[in-house]
Design a protein. Structure first.
Length: 350
């Protein structure tokens, strides 16, 4: 019979291996206690890990839509603020026309003209506003300035009006010869020349670079809403038409009867501008309401899926803590044994 022996080196290596394995398991358990889910999903769930992948994918997709909805809400909020500015400007312009009704007083007309000019400036600023580097009222043309500034030098819209007036009457709007214009001639110019220029394709040529197609956003898997409006809306066209009439004709050298006809037309278009802009505000308000409801639905779906994920991936935190404490005790014992084995040497007994 042969006697074999175990060296102290072999015992030390065995203890080191036990300690290494224990430390690895402790790190894994610490991760599970903190996250509440398996540290290695594939190893722990095996064939059932596909359920985890599917559920996590669904949660990620829904959270992506929720984040996208936040950006859409921001765009809508900025658009509403700009539309409010336009609505206030339209109301101010309408009041200026009403104040000037039936008046030939030069100072009164000048004040009304300045109020209309100020309203047009506010409208242009609001129509050309942007959010996150994108123009709000350009439709899908978000990188193009939507509205031409009528009151700056070299404006194409101003040049277009001057050409229309000169082509129709044969002289400029500030020419003293304007006093010879009759009511019938002015009404014909406003109804059959000016109005078509703002309601037809000339608007897109001289005033607007916006697209008629609005930006749309998916707020749920099966729901899409318009998340913008555009500068080609009827309310904005009517605003520009009324403003040009006020700026160019209200204080021009025309007769009292013609000025009254001009002012009546301006009041009509300004009133349509107020109504049209309010309609755009209402439309965007509906989109905001739908997004709020969509977000509520998304949050509910995410909560439900998260609960399912907890059932699939979740660990028992109490059990994991107990196992970790047991492993810590084993590692501490291994450290103690290793230290004692290292002290076992024949030199200590010689």
């Amino acid at each position: 019979m042969k006697t074999s022996f175990v060296s102290t080196l072999a015992l030390q290596n065995a203890m080191r291996l036990t300690i290494s394995r224990g430390q690895t398991e402790i790190q894994k358990l610490q991760t599970e206690i903190v996250t509440g889910r398996y540290a290695d999903i594939g190893l722990s769930l095996a064939a059932k890990s596909s359920n985890s992948v599917t559920l996590n994918g669904d949660v990620t997709r829904l959270k992506g839509i929720l984040d996208s909805n936040s950006l859409v809400t921001q765009r809508l909020s900025a658009s509403q603020a700009s539309l409010n500015m336009m609505a206030d400007a339209a109301q101010q312009m309408l009041e200026a026309f009403i104040t000037a009704e039936g008046s030939d007083d030069a100072n009164r007309l000048l004040i009304a003209q300045r109020d209309v000019s100020s309203s047009l400036e506010a409208f242009t600023i609001a129509a050309n506003s942007s959010s996150n580097g994108e123009f709000l009222f350009g439709g899908i043309n978000t990188n193009t300035l939507p509205i031409d500034d009528y009151q700056v030098a070299g404006s194409s819209s101003k040049a277009a009006f001057d050409a229309l007036f000169l082509g129709n009457f044969g002289f400029a709007q500030d020419d003293p010869a304007a006093a010879s214009i009759t009511v019938a001639q002015m009404e014909n110019f406003l109804s059959n020349v000016m109005e078509p220029a703002f309601s037809g394709t000339d608007w897109n040529t001289n005033w607007s670079s916006a697209s008629d197609t609005n930006v749309s956003s998916r707020i749920l898997k099966n729901e899409v809403v318009d998340s913008s409006t555009n500068a080609n809306a009827a309310g904005m066209r009517n605003f520009a038409l009324a403003a040009v009439i006020g700026v160019e004709l209200l204080n021009s050298p025309i007769s009292s009867e013609v000025r009254s006809a001009v002012n009546d037309a301006a009041i009509k278009y300004a009133g349509s501008a107020v109504t049209g802009i309010d309609n755009e505000r209402s439309t965007l308000g509906v989109s905001e309401s739908r997004i709020t409801k969509a977000n509520t639905a998304l949050e509910s779906q995410i909560r439900i899926l998260t609960l399912h994920l907890g059932d699939v991936e979740g660990v028992d935190a109490y059990e994991a803590s107990t196992r970790m404490q047991s492993l810590l005790d084993q590692v501490e014992t291994s450290y103690t044994l290793t230290a004692r084995i290292q002290q076992m040497s024949l030199m200590n007994y010689l």
